[in-house]
Design a protein around this ligand. Structure first.
Ligand code: ATR
Length: 270
């Protein structure tokens, strides 16, 4: 049996997860030797699979679709970020069979925007499109960076209003967004998975310094292309967010903060 510290990502499906490669790059930076596996769990069997992993000595886990809510229920305590998101993507064992849940998605995105994309959030007007778990998770982390304003818009306006009320930001209906007002526009809807664009007017991007999609690769392209054609100076998909969230998880487990930029570049080419 291996005596390396053992980590894993749980998902269904999980075979295409890039997390093992990303975490091995971080381990190289730390000059550490770790195991990082993909673990497939059946729907409804997450808790059992996670318990078995930790009973066998697992030292930390990431959790991806569709288990972020199961993970939220599995842990004994939650970080502020996990509470805000209502979802857990990072599990930290506390000993004695107890676990802490965190959510590294918001930190991952904000670090990508500021460190890797070189775009300041402080003093900027930010538009968030979408009102699901992905967007809820990033709002409190964005707020910490003191933007001038955060506006949220969503296909179903009532959901945007709920999120706005919870965090003290402003909800605006999609067809009433002020033109040329936003410096950073972030798409956190799952529409891109089916090739669909959120129904925002092109004028929304007129003075946009960065249009960002939380998903990466082909699924981000329709939104980013629309943003570019509408005047966005720069666009970025969520690959950096993926690396950034992994880096924050890694630091929570190991107390080592990886440098995300070289790993983002590496992941673009694998
Ligand atoms: P996640 O956890 O990934 O955020 P979710 O909670 O199901 O997933 O939320 C999905 C988000 O994408 C919602 O904001 C949803 O809008 P509705 O609240 O109106 O359902 C948005 N979304 C999904 N498909 C969309 C589409 N085709 N056009 C616009 N918004 C879409």
């Amino acid at each position: 049996m291996s005596h390396k510290p053992r980590y894993a990502v749980f998902g269904n499906p999980v075979v295409h997860s890039k997390s093992p490669q990303i975490h091995q790059e971080f381990a190289k930076q730390e000059k550490a030797d770790i195991d990082y596996d993909r673990i497939y769990a059946d729907i409804g069997a997450f808790a059992e699979a996670a318990a078995a992993f930790f009973a066998a000595g697992g030292q930390g886990a990431n959790v991806t679709v569709p288990f972020k809510l199961d993970a939220y229920d599995f842990v004994d305590e939650h970080s502020e970020r996990a509470l805000a998101a209502g979802a857990v993507n990072t599990i930290i064992p506390l000993g004695n069979g107890r676990f802490r849940g965190d959510n590294s998605d918001g930190v991952g995105m904000v670090n990508d925007i500021i460190q890797a994309q070189g775009v300041e959030v402080a003093g900027k007007n930010v538009l968030l499109i979408g009102a699901g778990g992905a967007v809820r998770g990033v709002v409190p982390v964005l707020q910490e960076k003191q933007p001038a304003s955060i506006v949220i818009t969503n296909r179903t306006h009532g959901k945007a209003q709920e999120v706005a009320e919870r965090f003290g930001i402003e909800a605006v209906e999609m067809d009433k967004l002020p033109a040329a007002h936003f410096d950073i526009v972030i798409n956190g809807t799952s529409g891109g998975l089916s090739g669909e664009l959120p129904a925002v007017a092109p004028e929304v991007f007129a003075r946009c310094a960065l249009a960002y999609d939380m998903v990466y690769g082909r699924e981000a392209e329709p939104f980013l292309q629309f943003a570019r054609q509408s005047g966005a100076a720069k666009t970025a998909d969520g690959l950096g967010m993926l690396v950034g969230q992994a880096a924050f998880s890694y630091s929570l487990w190991r107390g080592f903060e990886p440098d995300i930029k070289p790993v983002i570049d590496y992941m673009k080419n694998v």
